[in-house]
Design a protein around this ligand. Structure first.
Ligand SMILES: *[C@@H]1O[C@H](CO)[C@@H](O)[C@H](O)[C@H]1NC(C)=O
Ligand SMILES: *[C@@H]1O[C@H](CO)[C@@H](O)[C@H](O)[C@H]1NC(C)=O
Ligand SMILES: *[C@@H]1O[C@H](CO)[C@@H](O)[C@H](O)[C@H]1NC(C)=O
Ligand SMILES: CC(=O)N[C@H]1CO[C@H](CO)[C@@H](O)[C@@H]1O
Length: 326
């Protein structure tokens, strides 16, 4: 082999191409991208009530090594008249632009209706409407292998059978749309918390997918009430403690999972707790496929967990503890 060929090959190995997922501990490691779900005004005004994530700051996080982004949006803004109704085409275009910016870079985009199992404030009770919503939406992305469908953000305070049935309806709709290559992230009741998963969401093991690409998305914060509203973590071991039972559940049931939201404040206890949790998950990659920080996005300002480059609190303060997984 000629020297320059060798050098070229060595350089290619040493410097992975921008945007292409590097071999890493986890299959996926990344951040949420907030903005399009912000605000309570419906539909609200772009630029005042809500905003879309910024592809240029996402590119910065991809350069850092992130390989997955969860893109939040609000169902009422996408389909204003009814779950089965037509799109606000501009909102769909803006959402698609962000998703494509991520997937064009060769990494995964999670499409996340950030609706807590509700539409217009009411618990979604029609599984058939929900199935149609997903059949329509998955149809928009069925040729994008790097899109991932997240059935809904944080079902909570709902009938447990209904949560199972809504997830199954979403899976059925997505596959009926001809979207057969994509992963589907399912979420459970009780804000899909890992710490309560086994007690609350055991029936979720009954979900079925003809393509066998279900990933159980759980969320876990490390403050006392697990809500992710305080920058104080309970202890340095709380991360491991809160995901241990869920890990065993995944193993016992032959399932795989992703921590779709987690965070801790920029302080020593939380750094230890987050590092410990990730290390534990990294020890269990047979069931844990990744973790997605909460959250980046253009409007977080000085929010305690902001991963937004260049000066978000977590971007400047916590990225170093995520480094082993990037
Ligand atoms: C979509 O984004 C453009 C800016 O790129 C903005 O002007 C427009 O108002 C947005 N529309 C919606 C519905 O989000
Ligand atoms: C799961 O499915 C099995 C077989 O269909 C059924 O017997 C069982 O009751 C279901 N379990 C739950 C928790 O829904
Ligand atoms: C991960 O595994 C290593 C090697 O077995 C072990 O030393 C370490 O304590 C484990 N970490 C956690 C947090 O479980
Ligand atoms: C912990 C945290 O920040 N949770 C947020 C999840 O997303 C919704 C919508 O953006 C916020 O209202 C929560 O505060």
């Amino acid at each position: 082999m000629k020297l320059y060929t060798l050098l070229f090959a060595a350089a290619a190995l040493a410097a992975p191409q921008r945007g292409h997922k590097r071999a890493s501990v986890f299959e996926w490691f990344g951040s949420n991208e907030s903005g399009a779900e912000f605000g309570t005004n419906i539909p609200g005004v772009y630029g005042t009530d809500y905003i879309f994530p910024d592809p240029s700051t996402i590119a910065t996080l991809i350069d850092k090594g992130m390989s997955i982004f969860r893109v939040q949006f609000m169902m009422e803004r996408l389909v204003p008249d009814s779950m089965t109704g037509s799109y606000d085409e501009e909102y769909l275009t803006n959402l698609t632009t962000v998703v494509n910016a991520v997937t064009d870079a060769g990494v995964h985009a999670i499409i996340d209706p950030h609706n807590y199992g509700r539409y217009n404030g009411e618990i979604i009770s029609s599984t058939s409407d929900f199935q149609t919503f997903w059949e329509n939406l998955a149809g928009q992305f069925k040729d994008n292998d790097l899109a991932i469908f997240d059935t809904n953000n944080e079902y909570n305070s709902m009938d447990q059978d209904l949560v199972l049935e809504l997830n199954q309806a979403a899976i059925n709709g997505i596959r009926a749309a001809g979207a057969t290559t994509q992963y589907i992230f399912v979420e459970g009741n009780s804000w899909t918390g890992a710490w309560t998963w086994v007690d609350v969401n055991d029936n979720m093991k009954n979900l079925t997918d003809p393509e066998d690409k279900i990933v159980y998305e759980m969320h876990q914060y490390l403050d006392s009430d697990g809500s992710g509203t305080s920058e104080t973590c309970v202890s340095g071991t709380i991360g491991v403690e809160r995901v241990t039972d869920a890990t065993q559940w995944l193993k016992d049931n032959n399932k795989v999972g992703i921590l779709g939201e987690y965070a801790g404040g920029d302080n020593d206890v939380c750094r230890t707790a987050v590092s410990g949790m990730l290390e534990y998950m990294a020890n269990n990659t047979d069931v844990w496929k990744g973790a997605v920080w909460w959250a980046a996005g253009p409007w977080w300002g000085d929010y305690i967990f902001s991963m937004e480059p260049p000066d978000g609190t977590a971007y400047t303060g916590m990225l170093d503890i995520l480094e082993p997984y990037l």
